[in-house]
Design a binder for this molecule. Structure first.
Ligand SMILES: C[S@@+](CC[C@H](N)C(=O)[O-])C[C@H]1O[C@@H](n2cnc3c(N)ncnc32)[C@H](O)[C@@H]1O
Length: 335
């Protein structure tokens, strides 16, 4: 076995108790399931078990694995921690449960296929779970998406990346990331270590609403392009109704809404979406409007939804987004 790595108060140079502090795991983990990838001699599994969790630790090195099993026994947690001697990629794909916390500490640099592994991690985390990553980050927060091979003190060359690379490449579409703070630095580190809490990514609907002709569309196009979101304009639904081709959305009372719409717009050569929307709401069709807008929304995409959404349409719209997050941006004209 190599030199002792984890520090149970008996040596080991990785300052495990200080690292534990930096991770910011909850004091009470009663009933929580924890998965520790590259668990070494079991320090973090044992600490999670002390807080009430039950754990699985995966360790490729059989001598560290044996040490972890011994340590769990020594601390009285053999019944709360299962250790698996294997490769994290293979073992994670065999797991058929979801975890509240997943630790990947001082270990991502051992993995060549890092994004593939992050996808594997996503497949075994609960929707409200936290994936705690502790690793070296190059540059400073805000430096841009940079990644490069870095030669470590021991001579091995490993991939390191910046925070922005982590956010916009490694975790893109998979996890949202929150930089918690610095981790403990270890002797010979060439890259400072950080702790990042990662949450399974929630899909977002960014709602841009306001009066007509105020610049919503320009904002929306720019925002959708920058965020890779699907762009939807409420105007399109009304334009379709006006052009008498609203067939695709079948909503409750569609024919009544349609009748009301036609009556209101009968003599008109051009469509005033704001007045039409107000009239439909006054006539009791807010529910149908919202159903028409939200029917197509899927959790597979982020959206930018722009339109004239007076109350109660806006409130109803938000309530129909379910677990999808939303940001509301009300456009106003200055001056
Ligand atoms: C630097 S140590 C960090 C140990 C522990 N996570 C900590 O922070 O104290 C990295 C650990 O990951 C293990 N490891 C490396 N590659 C692995 C793999 N593919 N599957 C499972 N364990 C691996 C190593 O054997 C080692 O115990």
């Amino acid at each position: 076995m190599g030199k002792q790595y984890q520090d149970f108060g008996d040596g080991g140079d990785s300052k495990s108790p200080d690292k534990l502090q930096a991770l910011e795991i909850p004091v009470n983990m009663e009933g929580k399931r924890v998965l520790d990838l590259g668990c070494n001699a079991g320090f973090f599994c044992i600490e999670a078990a002390k807080r009430g969790a039950t754990c699985i630790g995966i360790e490729a090195n059989s001598q560290w694995f044996d040490e972890a099993v011994l340590n769990a026994g020594k601390y009285g947690f053999s019944d709360r921690i299962e250790f698996i001697n294997g490769n994290w990629a293979d073992e994670v794909s065999r797991l058929d449960e979801k975890f509240d916390y997943i630790f990947w500490l001082s270990a991502i640099h051992y993995e060549k296929n890092q994004r593939t592994m992050v996808k594997n991690i996503l497949s075994v985390i609960k929707p409200d779970g936290v994936f705690i990553l502790e690793c070296g980050l190059i540059g400073c927060p805000g430096d841009g998406p940079v990644a490069s091979q870095v030669t470590r003190a021991g001579g091995s060359s490993v991939l390191h990346f910046s925070l922005e690379y982590l956010r916009t490449r490694m975790m893109a579409g998979l996890f949202s990331t929150k930089l918690r703070g610095m981790s403990v630095q270890q002797e010979g580190d060439r890259v400072p270590r950080w702790v990042i809490h990662c949450y399974p990514k929630t899909r977002y609907c960014r709602i841009i609403h306001g009066d007509p002709a105020i610049g919503k569309t320009t904002h929306s196009v720019e925002l959708a392009r920058a965020t890779g979101s699907v762009l939807v304009s409420s105007d399109d639904f009304f334009a379709d109704m006006f052009a008498e081709k609203l067939a695709p959305v079948s909503v409750a009372n569609a024919s009544l809404m349609r009748e009301c719409f036609n009556k209101f717009n009968k003599e008109k050569q051009s469509l005033r979406i704001d007045l039409t929307t107000d009239h439909l709401i006054e006539s009791g069709h807010a529910g149908e409007i919202v159903e028409m807008f939200t029917k197509f929304i899927s959790v597979d995409f982020d959206y930018v939804f722009e339109g004239y959404l007076p109350e109660p349409v806006l409130t109803l719209f938000k309530s129909k987004l379910g677990k999808m997050g939303f940001v509301i941006w009300e456009t106003t004209r200055f001056g």
